[in-house]
Design a protein around this ligand. Structure first.
Ligand SMILES: [Zn+2]
Ligand SMILES: [Zn+2]
Length: 340
């Protein structure tokens, strides 16, 4: 089968790999229907993380081709959506609702890699969710979004307690930030402030439910959020970048007692203890427990209540993955879908 391998920063190639097979009785092998490139794939692409012949890709939808004898909830032929973290579904951490930190957790990036024609998914019952039937073609991008960016944006909005009567601010206008806006809207947030400098992303942010756009950053950005919230700050803040600047922006934009959902993969962030202490905010974040939300998100997509698939603004064949990475790196695309 063909798969995307990152040999080093900026060096993305589509190469032949051996087909995956069932190794454990809890495994499934799926044939990918679509996959995509994540903003987090840009960290190794830009050399912030050091890739070394890494098997890329962690977002995926596909059809089950083979199952191990212990798999109970799936059948060959099912169309499935999976989380970007393998989870057993049975340990205490999974049962308490944090499958991305399962005691058996494995990140799909690296070992598995779903920018490929096929993938072996360990703990298939605890990781994959079948759709009610074969999806219409136009639902596939939205189901693919559920695998990470929608699930992650949803978690961020949930962790930030977005809901009726709450003002939500979203730091970051990449795919996850945009999905955070969609999620906050779906959860009934009263007002949603998107922090964005890009006209095309502002337009999609508005379409997904943003009521205000703030283009300033840093201290000026914080000042604008305060202006819009009677000087108090937002109730709920979604942090979807993962840098020192974005994290401080989130903390300083939140009112005392407010909630922050931080889901940008943290890179060299150091929080000043004294400022954190006096901010009196709630912080909850990390790799999103996507598997927990998948049944609900699949249903919302199936019923056409949400359309997260619009976040893909470039579609390329898997063979052109290198061009997809370049397009995202150069911000010519927000998120690239790869067809198989
Ligand atoms: Zn991702
Ligand atoms: Zn578990």
């Amino acid at each position: 089968m063909r798969a995307v391998i990152m040999h080093g920063p900026g060096d993305v190639r589509v190469e032949e790999r051996e087909d995956p097979t069932i190794l454990e009785p809890t495994d499934a092998v799926i044939r990918l229907a679509a996959t995509c490139i994540c903003g987090s794939d840009l960290w190794p692409y830009r050399g912030v993380d050091q890739p070394d012949h890494q098997h890329m890709g962690h977002e995926y939808v596909g059809v089950v081709e083979e199952i191990g004898e212990a798999v109970e909830t799936l059948e060959v032929g099912d169309f499935v959506v999976g989380s970007f973290v393998i989870s057993c579904g049975r340990c205490e951490i999974c049962r308490e609702g944090h499958p991305s930190r399962c005691v058996h957790a494995v990140f799909v990036d690296g070992e598995i890699g779903t920018q490929a024609e096929k993938a072996r998914i360990p703990f298939a019952d605890g990781t994959l969710v079948a759709t009610p039937g074969p999806p219409a073609a136009e639902l596939v991008p939205s189901l693919l979004a559920a695998s990470d960016v929608l699930g992650t944006g949803w978690f961020a909005a949930d962790a930030a307690q977005a809901g009726p009567g709450r003002v939500v601010a979203v730091v970051g206008d990449g795919a996850v930030g945009l999905m955070g806006i969609l999620s906050a809207k779906q959860m009934g947030a009263e007002r949603i402030i998107a922090m964005s400098r890009h006209a095309d992303r502002q337009a999609l942010a508005r379409e997904y439910g943003a009521t205000d756009i703030v283009t300033e950053r840093g201290d000026e950005g914080v000042a604008r959020i305060k202006e819009l919230t009677n000087g108090l700050g937002a109730h709920s803040v979604i942090e979807a970048v993962g840098t020192q600047e974005s994290m401080m922006q989130a903390i300083r934009s939140t009112r005392p007692g407010g909630h922050i959902g931080f889901v940008g993969v943290s890179h060299d962030v150091e929080l000043p203890g004294d400022e954190l202490f006096f901010s009196a905010v709630h912080l909850h974040g990390g790799p999103a427990p996507v598997r927990r939300y998948l049944p609900e998100l699949i249903q919302l997509i199936w019923d056409r209540e949400i359309d997260p698939g619009k976040v893909f603004d470039l579609t390329l064949p898997l063979a052109d993955a290198a061009e997809g990475y370049a397009a995202m790196d150069e911000r010519r695309a927000t998120k690239v879908l790869l067809t198989l």
